[in-house]
Design a protein. Structure first.
Length: 270
């Protein structure tokens, strides 16, 4: 075991360790009882000894390969978390693999030996992309909304996890991955198609017989169906109120065609 790891046993938390990343594979996504998680494997050389290297929900760019990095645990309300010494054993292509590994979870802190030349980390390309927009306020608003949405989504998905540092790292990982894939979020709702109300066809006085009575005891019936007495009462009613509506004009035309008398109104049906 390396000098830096002297006294460290399996499952122990490593406060801080420095080594050179010699191999790094592409991350793979798996599904467990609490949902999806990402593992990225590799090798790290520490004090002349080679250890396996596994990042859990802490994806790194291939550009860190060949670089000297320092891995550190972070203190939270549950103590130190982030970097630990583990052991793995499995059947590989060239036979059985039995080795110690450095496990780095989402709370693990990664520092580079030369900060000024630090390679891009977690889902960003080594060359920064220039984004040109004529509406920077809108672009920033969309970024903030995306972060707020991801924060809410991650905390709901991992509601059984009470480690704030881990939750924040999950939010960060998802946010960075969403940006890498060009995912955007907007509060603008998709407008539902407007339902056009059926057009009301005004009755034609020339076809007064088909006009529908809009209210009263004869409501819903055609003028031709209500009989002379009821039609006469309607006529008397509109004589006082005025023949100002399309239906009233139909009543007026009906009275004209049927030569209705106009006695005093003694029973208005409305």
């Amino acid at each position: 075991m390396s000098n830096q790891l002297d006294g460290i046993e399996q499952k122990d938390i490593i406060k801080r360790v420095t080594g050179k990343v010699t191999k790094l594979w592409e991350p793979k996504t798996f599904t467990g009882p609490k949902g999806e998680f990402v593992i990225q494997g590799g090798d790290i050389e520490i004090d002349g000894n080679t250890y396996g290297l596994k990042f859990f929900n802490n994806t790194q760019e291939q550009s860190i390969k060949g670089n000297v990095i320092t891995l550190s645990s972070v203190r939270g309300k549950h103590g130190l978390t982030g970097v630990s010494l583990e052991h793995e054993s499995y059947e590989g292509k060239n036979g059985k693999v039995d080795r110690d590994i450095i496990k780095v979870t989402a709370t693990g802190k990664i520092e580079f030996d030369q900060p000024s030349e630090e390679p891009a980390r977690v889902a960003y390309s080594a060359t920064p992309k220039s984004i040109v927009t004529d509406n920077p306020e809108k672009a920033i608003d969309e970024i903030v909304e995306l972060h707020r949405y991801i924060n809410s989504l991650v905390r709901h998905a991992y509601k059984d996890l009470d480690d704030e540092e881990t939750l924040r790292s999950y939010v960060s990982s998802v946010f960075i991955e969403a940006n890498r894939k060009g995912i955007r979020y907007s509060r603008r709702k998709v407008e539902e198609p407007k339902v056009e109300e059926p057009k009301v066809v005004e009755p034609d006085p020339l076809d007064w017989a088909s006009a529908i009575v809009p209210s009263g005891s004869q409501k819903g019936k055609k003028l031709a169906e209500i009989g002379i007495p009821a039609l006469t009462k309607l006529y008397q009613y509109y004589l006082e109120k005025g023949f100002t509506t399309p239906f009233a004009k139909c009543v007026e035309k009906a009275a004209e065609d049927l030569n209705l008398d106009s006695p005093e109104v003694d029973d208005i049906p409305y």
